[in-house]
Design a protein around this ligand. Structure first.
Ligand code: URA
Length: 438
């Protein structure tokens, strides 16, 4: 077999055999097939898609590129949540300790920033000392003691996704139903969760722009995951505006700490999506028998303060410095800062999520090349969102760049992200649909 023939077949829209997919991915992980050939193949997949058989074969090949985490000896149930990617999409940092607090353990394999979307691992890396590259023994010990562990792919666990994820990020090959399905489900199968709640985003700030495309992705995830023996609930949620008020690595950790401390002050959109996902984690974990009871249990638990103490326990267990983390709140900011102000008296129709996410990458929150490091302190704080009114000159955003040049380059993009309207905008539902295989 030759990689070039496999690329050509996919470029011509042919169905690839399991063997061909195994040859390409296996060769890539072994270092025998170079980045540029895999990038060309990924682009052909983006353009021509994959059949259900190919998607399942890719997922399994990526899974067996490394070891599975053995959770035996740790008390379950094990339920994880994963998002397909958004802007300001930080629910994992609230959900994992919340699930742990209701007695559902969350073994979370997460990702870095991808395209214009943020990454859980990059956010956690903003905490001094926090380690997201864990050995299996460390992952198990943290899961056992704090009720959840969050780690990235390693050279031993889903190494194929570790390589492909970074390659897709910088080659415009993220937006593909089969590539996203295989990336997410190979990680989720390797981590050992029994059940999954998937937050499938649609809208300008998501990889799937319209609800129908989002539903196609949700269906692919639910069907492929079910064939692998997972119980799954997928929620199709709106990503036309950033979720919550913060977009940035440390900024989002800080917003999650604020929510864990006092959930009644959480931004309403972040609170709603978090509770809807949490209720389904409670259901799949067998802690309740219906969604309504799940919502009530999770809302009560948030007030108890237990999720906050488990979050801090996890930070310690993964090497983070809790005292330093607490001292950094409200002060750990880039010195390169500016305010974006309202251009006129009007309603805000929405703050466009894609433009905000794209500007955040320019500010230093994400990467342009695989070798780039992200800035922990770059980002955007939104003071106004869709439905709010503004008077000319009101602050709409506070912006921090990794340096002066990135700040200057991002400001016009952020100004363009603000959409004004003379009348109140129609309210969009945050949760559009639920797909279940439980
Ligand atoms: N999240 C992942 O883990 N992989 C993708 O490809 C997209 C979102």
């Amino acid at each position: 077999m030759r990689a070039v023939d496999i690329i050509m077949d996919k470029r011509l829209g042919k169905e690839l055999s399991r063997e061909a997919i195994g040859f390409l991915i296996g060769g890539y992980v072994a270092g025998d097939i170079p980045d540029y050939q895999v990038a060309a193949w990924a682009m052909a997949v983006c353009l021509n898609g994959m059949t259900a058989m190919e998607t399942a074969a890719l997922t399994e090949t990526m899974l067996v590129s490394g070891a599975r985490i053995d959770l035996s000896g740790i008390e379950g149930p094990f339920v994880d949540k994963h998002s397909t990617g958004g802007v300001g999409d930080k629910t994992s940092l609230i959900l994992a300790p919340l699930a742990a607090a209701i007695g559902v353990r969350d073994p979370m394999m997460a990702g870095r920033a991808l395209g214009h979307t943020g990454g859980t691992l990059d956010k956690l890396d903003a905490i001094p000392g926090y380690r997201t590259q864990l050995t299996v023994a460390e992952f198990r010990a943290t899961l056992d003691s704090a009720g959840f562990a969050i780690a990235g792919q390693t050279k031993d666990i889903v190494p194929a996704d570790r390589l492909l994820y970074a390659l897709r990020d910088v080659t415009a090959t993220v937006e593909s139903v089969p590539l996203i399905t295989a990336s997410i489900l190979s990680k989720k199968a390797a981590e050992g969760a029994d059940a999954l709640v998937l937050d499938v985003k649609y809208g300008s700030g998501a990889f799937m722009k319209d609800p129908l495309e989002g539903e196609k992705l949700a269906r692919s995830l639910v069907d492929t995951g079910a064939a692998m023996g997972k119980r799954i609930i997928a929620l199709l949620t709106d990503m036309n505006e950033p979720l919550g008020n913060m977009v940035g690595n440390f900024l989002e950790v800080e917003e999650c700490l604020d929510c864990l401390e006092d959930f009644s002050k959480a931004p309403p959109d972040l609170a709603e999506v978090t509770l809807e996902l949490a209720a389904r984690m409670a259901l799949l974990g067998g802690k309740v028998t219906n969604i309504e009871d799940g919502r009530a249990l999770c809302a009560e638990t948030l007030v108890s303060g237990k999720p906050l103490s488990l979050f801090l326990k996890n930070v310690e267990a993964q090497g983070g410095n809790v005292r330093q983390l607490c001292a950094m709140r409200r002060v750990y900011r880039s010195p390169f800062t500016a305010t974006v102000r309202a251009a006129r008296n009007d309603y805000i129709a929405r703050i466009d999520a894609w433009k905000t996410g794209h500007a955040a990458v320019i500010l230093g929150v994400g990467r342009n090349r695989a070798s780039d490091t992200v800035s922990p302190v770059a980002g955007v704080q939104l003071h106004k969102k869709g439905g709010d009114t503004v008077q000319q000159g009101d602050p709409i955003m506070t912006v921090w760049g990794k340096d002066e040049a990135s700040l200057a380059a991002a400001l016009p993009q952020l100004e363009a992200a603000i959409e004004y309207a003379p009348t109140p905008p129609a309210k969009r539902p945050l949760v559009l649909k639920e797909l279940v295989h439980a």
